[in-house]
Write a protein that binds this ligand. Structure first.
Ligand code: FE2
Ligand code: FE2
Ligand code: FE2
Length: 206
């Protein structure tokens, strides 16, 4: 015996609503999953950048140490690896959204970063190091704060178009990171390091 199925208007409406809700839910869930995956990849790109950037610094210092120990070939190997990790760091950084814009925007961002680091971040770190009685860390934080102020001033100069038209040389203190503009001081105004500790910046190096 065939059972006749009677589907009334109300049943049909419920079915459509249910199915409609189902597809809406599937679509919503799909979008959420995509967003989570996107976030995860973005986090991984950031993590990869930080890891590679740290490796560049670490390997550079390892190379210096190898040189001190009279092992120039090992130093050379560390430098080669540092150059390679730098390629990775650059590639990941470029993938971070909006990381490299036009030069005016980049100068503005660089100025803001230096101002924030000098006026807020290092100030807090210095205070906390002092509270913790960590004198070595406090000294480095305080010099870094002063140096970043100098960096901010140089960016400000560039933003004010004061250095766009003239060629200048920059010299970096290899002890504290102070940047001298034009000529090397007898002693670093921040950390007191002698002239010999300054390194001329190669304008082609990245
Ligand atoms: Fe790498
Ligand atoms: Fe800086
Ligand atoms: Fe210095």
């Amino acid at each position: 015996m065939v059972m006749a199925m009677k589907i009334g208007f109300r049943d049909l409406w419920v079915l459509v609503c249910r199915e409609g809700f189902y597809w809406f839910f599937v679509k919503w869930l799909g979008e959420k999953v995509c967003l989570v995956l996107k976030d995860r990849t973005a986090d991984n790109v950031h993590l990869a950048f930080v890891g590679e950037a740290k490796a560049v610094v670490r390997l550079g210092l390892f190379a210096e140490k190898a040189e001190e120990e009279g092992l120039p070939q090992i130093a050379h190997l560390f430098r080669a690896m540092a150059a390679a990790e730098k390629v990775h760091a650059h590639r990941h950084f470029k993938q971070l959204e909006g990381s490299v814009k036009d030069t005016q925007s980049n100068l503005e961002l660089a100025f803001q970063r230096e101002t924030c680091v000098a006026g807020v971040e290092y100030v807090r770190m210095l205070r906390e190091a002092e509270e913790d009685g960590e004198a070595d860390a406090a000294l480095v934080f305080s010099q870094a704060r002063d140096v970043e102020e100098g960096h901010a001033k140089l960016y400000k100069k560039a933003l004010d178009h004061l250095i766009a038209q003239r060629r200048t040389e920059y010299y970096v203190c290899r002890v504290c990171g102070y940047v001298a503009d034009g000529k090397v001081p007898e002693n670093c105004p921040i950390c007191g390091a002698p002239k010999a500790k300054f390194q001329k910046v190669n304008s082609n190096e990245n």
